[in-house]
Design a protein around this ligand. Structure first.
Ligand SMILES: Cc1cc2nc3c(=O)[nH]c(=O)nc-3n(C[C@H](O)[C@H](O)[C@H](O)COP(=O)(O)OP(=O)(O)OC[C@H]3O[C@@H](n4cnc5c(N)ncnc54)[C@H](O)[C@@H]3O)c2cc1C
Length: 462
């Protein structure tokens, strides 16, 4: 492709900014990043509180965050944040140690069985499901894998046939049952459901295992995790500052028209002409949102195939509160509440995060899910009150809410559409209307999967 083409990138989150970086590294310098907000980072949002930054969005990474590492190297920064640690409470607020056999003598047989199943899953993923962990979903529903190997620094292209991969379209609980590893859900649920990615009876195994591949899940178990002192937003602020063309903030895109091999973008009242456009912002948002975000199909001259496919996308309603507590009510550490990670407890507090070890003069952030495929959605205010009540039950009542948001979170499709080849169809449309689709839906809703997808998109098409 001609290195001088004019490329518009919609969205200044991890996917959009890293697309800019990888394009620039490949010699494409004529790109423009349009961001609707007055800041970059998207769901990496790290506001200030008493001189330090806390996390309203993304918190952590793992050592296999290769694309995030590329960004760190590009900017000369590193993961220098506070060490993560956590304990567990039951739904009544009692501290528990679910994985400590000596303290759970009656549970020893189940714990031993679970350990065996974890080992078994590790082996199955290496053999029966070879190719499961590549970034993105190309070929999976057809029993193929296609992508770039993470095994070496060169990230060489890899591909192959593996009909077993079709199982990944099953809801994760059915996938586990099929493989006789149901108990492993006790481990995978912590960094999945409580992190807002939905319940195992509704989310296809592909999403669960591409994000929580075996190694990544073990890193969570061993708390071998990265954080950033200035917050995850800092990664993307730094990247933005190092790009030749930093994102244009407060860009309101009114219209995108694609005709005669050109892309016309009306932004803040003016028409701009481009050759290609990369969309990292939401493709489809099924309902009206209070934050004014809309899907691409609402401001693009969306074609029939785009509308038909993107209307299958759903997303999680994941709510975050940042609360102050009185010093005597401050939790001594972060807590997981496993009892609340089931659909029957929709809207309840699943995890709360204490970031700094050395002070009680900080906010605690809380996390709850309000949506499950088979239940009625819990309204925002009801969920908010449930979480505040749960904090009392946990013996860590809040004295004030200082920040809150309900996130457009983890766009995904469900099993039937996954199995029907949703990803193969959308991947087949890449470039068709001079348009490329990237961001969370194309891989998974975390910083690294989205940045890695942008890297591969640039590698494949530019
Ligand atoms: C509470 C929470 C906790 C999380 N924890 C982690 C974690 O620990 N680790 C991890 O790796 N990930 C975590 N994530 C997920 C991670 O933040 C996201 O997956 C990642 O930010 C996705 O990057 P993205 O660029 O695809 O999308 P986003 O971050 O959503 O960025 C999209 C950008 O597009 C902009 N935009 C939207 N519409 C338009 C438009 N019409 N025009 C122009 N711009 C537009 C948005 O303002 C935004 O800046 C968490 C997220 C949340 C909310």
């Amino acid at each position: 492709m001609d290195k001088n083409i004019r490329i518009c990138i919609v969205g200044g989150g991890p996917a959009g900014l890293s697309a800019g970086m990888y394009l620039e590294q490949k010699g494409y310098e004529n790109y423009t990043i349009l961001e609707r907000l007055d800041r970059v980072g998207g769901k990496c949002w790290s506001p200030h509180y008493n001189g330090r930054r806390y996390e309203m969005g993304a918190i952590m990474g793992v050592p296999s965050y290769y694309a995030v590492h590329d960004v760190e190297e590009f900017c000369g920064i590193t993961h220098d944040g506070p060490k993560l640690n956590r304990n567990y409470k039951d739904g009544r607020g009692n501290v528990i140690e679910p994985f400590e056999p000596k303290k759970n003598i009656l549970k020893i047989p189940r714990l031993l069985k679970m350990k065996k199943q974890v080992k078994k899953l590790g082996e199955l993923l290496e053999t029966k499901y070879k190719g499961y962990d590549l970034n993105g979903h190309r070929g999976v529903s057809e029993g193929r894998y296609e992508g770039f190997s993470q095994a070496s620094a060169k990230r060489e292209p890899v591909s192959g046939e593996n009909p077993n991969l079709k199982d990944l379209s099953l809801p994760f609980n059915e996938f586990c049952k099929l493989n006789g590893v149901e108990l492993i859900q006790d481990i995978w649920i912590g960094p999945f459901t409580s992190f807002g990615y939905g319940y195992f009876d509704e989310i296809p195994a592909a999403y669960v295992l591409k994000y929580l591949d075996f190694q990544t899940c073990m890193n969570f178990v061993k708390i071998n995790l990265w954080t950033w002192k200035e917050g995850t937003q800092y990664i993307w602020e730094q990247l933005n500052a190092h790009l030749k063309n930093p994102a244009r903030l407060n860009s309101h895109i009114e219209k995108v028209e694609r005709k005669d091999g050109k892309v016309y973008v009306t932004v803040n009242g003016k028409v701009e002409e481009y050759d290609k456009i990369i969309v990292t912002a939401p493709l489809y948002i099924p309902n009206k949102r209070a934050d004014g975000q809309v899907g691409m199909v609402d401001y693009f001259d969306a074609r029939e195939d785009e509308r038909a496919l993107f209307s299958k996308i759903d997303y999680e309603r994941y709510d975050v509160l940042a609360v102050e507590t009185k010093p005597e009510d401050h939790p001594e550490i972060s807590y997981y509440v496993f009892d609340n990670m089931v659909p029957a407890k929709l809207g309840h507090l699943m995890v709360y995060y204490r970031r700094w070890k050395d002070t009680k003069d900080q906010v605690i952030t809380t996390y709850a899910l309000r949506k499950h495929l088979k239940s009625a959605e819990v309204p925002y205010d009801v969920c908010r009150q449930m979480v505040l009540d749960d904090l009392k039950t946990m013996h860590n009542p809040a004295s004030k809410v200082v920040n809150e948001w309900s996130v457009y979170y983890f766009p995904h499709v469900f099993s039937k559409d996954y199995a029907d080849g949703w990803y193969e169809k959308v991947e087949g449309m890449q470039g068709k209307y001079d348009t490329y689709y990237a961001g969370e839906i194309m891989s998974f809703g975390d910083m690294d999967e989205t940045a890695e997808y942008s890297r591969e998109l640039v590698e494949r098409f530019f």
